[in-house]
Design a protein around this ligand. Structure first.
Ligand code: KG4
Ligand code: ZN
Length: 355
């Protein structure tokens, strides 16, 4: 079967085409294209929804044509179309949803609406066997997923694969959003995560120690819940940056302290969740899971507590359409009915197993 997937939930326009058999965990990637809007949103210090919509509208048809060309397929050769229906920015999501509905209707192809966060989970559990050939692995259950991205931060319990119960979430900013906003206070460009990470590394390499006067809080680290709060941390960076004259060296120390603070909180919540849910596996997904310091810290916890750990390859940690294609493939393999073209709508707050 051949399936085309569309992703437009935030600032990446993605289109992927995969080929798979109904009874096999293996699949082939025939095309996987992405146009990032990062350079356009940089000016605004974050993603600007209507600008994202404009860029998706411009780029999506181009990417669909290019993907079909790369896969040497005609639209009529497709057996299914999948599209991210949420969560994400409503104006951005609608571009993908409308285009997917139109293509499905005009060509009489079954249509599947996909949850972006489920995509991030599966992006971490696929394994590339050889170039462009992947397999979906079967992590041990019960499992936990830690989803840390620019728009979301949550812990999801999976008694079995494909069953979700949200057990913790951020009460305000997402982890990636905090990275981006803290970076902005420190004079660094959007997206802030990779830049903070690089400068934090410099500070660690030269053995820098955080002075007491710029130590940052670890919000909710001692709360009994699995919830997070990152907005206070972001504000603390903002005030501290205003109070101190920021030279390059101090900026690096700030980055290190900020990254340490986020990591400490994440580690504590993962430890607690692992214990409470007797988890055999931890799956980490979302853009922030590209962060080396956080990756190493969760690796240590999992080793110590005997949990198998699944981390996405770096190109699968940020948004892409391949992860959306994988979820649709699994749905088809499980005989899930397609969505009705008329009823499918973008849902910016779509949740994975409401709390
Ligand atoms: O999952 P994603 O691509 O988009 C959303 O669905 O939100 O995540 C983007 C977020 C941004 O906030 C970005 O700063 C963050 O992921 N990010 C990182 C790193 N690379 C990307 N945060 C920390 N360290 C990184 N290396
Ligand atoms: Zn994402």
């Amino acid at each position: 079967m051949k399936l085309l997937a569309i992703e437009t939930s935030c600032d990446e326009t993605g289109v992927a085409i995969i080929e798979f058999k109904k009874e096999s965990d293996n699949f082939k990637v025939l095309a996987n294209l992405l146009i990032s809007q990062i350079d356009i949103h940089k000016e605004f210090g974050g993603v600007y929804p209507n600008l994202a919509k404009r860029e998706h509208t411009k780029n999506l048809p181009i990417l669909i044509d290019k993907s079909l060309e790369k896969a040497k397929l005609d639209i009529k050769d497709l057996d299914a179309i999948a599209v991210t229906m949420g969560p994400g920015l409503a104006p951005a999501l609608w571009v993908g949803v409308e285009e997917a509905k139109r293509l499905a209707k005009e060509n009489n192809i079954p249509l599947y609406g996909i949850n972006h966060m489920e995509g991030h989970i599966y992006a971490s559990i696929v394994e590339e066997k050889k170039k462009n050939e992947y397999t979906v692995t079967k992590p041990k259950v019960p499992a936990l997923a830690l989803l840390i991205s620019g728009g979301h931060t949550e812990i999801v319990f999976m008694p079995t694969l494909g069953k979700y119960q949200k057990v913790g979430e951020t009460l305000d900013d997402a982890a990636g959003e905090a990275f981006d906003k803290a970076a902005r206070s420190l004079g660094l460009e959007y997206p802030g995560g990779p830049k903070i990470s690089k400068l934090a590394d410099n500070a660690r390499k030269r053995g820098a120690v955080t002075p007491e006067n710029i130590r940052l809080p670890r919000p909710m680290i001692n709360s009994k819940t699995l919830d997070f709060s990152f907005s206070g941390l972001k504000t603390a960076v903002m005030y501290a940056a205003q109070k101190n004259e920021i030279n390059n060296e101090l900026r690096e120390v700030f980055c290190m302290e900020f990254e340490n603070a986020v990591t400490d909180v994440i580690v504590k919540k993962v430890e607690t969740a692992g214990f409470l849910y007797n988890a055999k596996t931890l799956i980490v997904g979302g853009g922030v899971s590209a962060n080396t310091h956080i990756r190493e810290a969760v690796e240590n916890v999992c080793k110590r507590d005997g949990m198998d750990l699944y981390l996405p390859k770096k190109d699968m940690s940020t948004d892409n359409a391949l992860m959306i294609a994988i979820i649709a493939m699994v749905k088809i393999q499980n005989n899930t009915e397609p969505d009705s073209n008329l009823n499918l709508s973008a849902q910016s707050n779509l949740s994975l197993g409401a709390k």
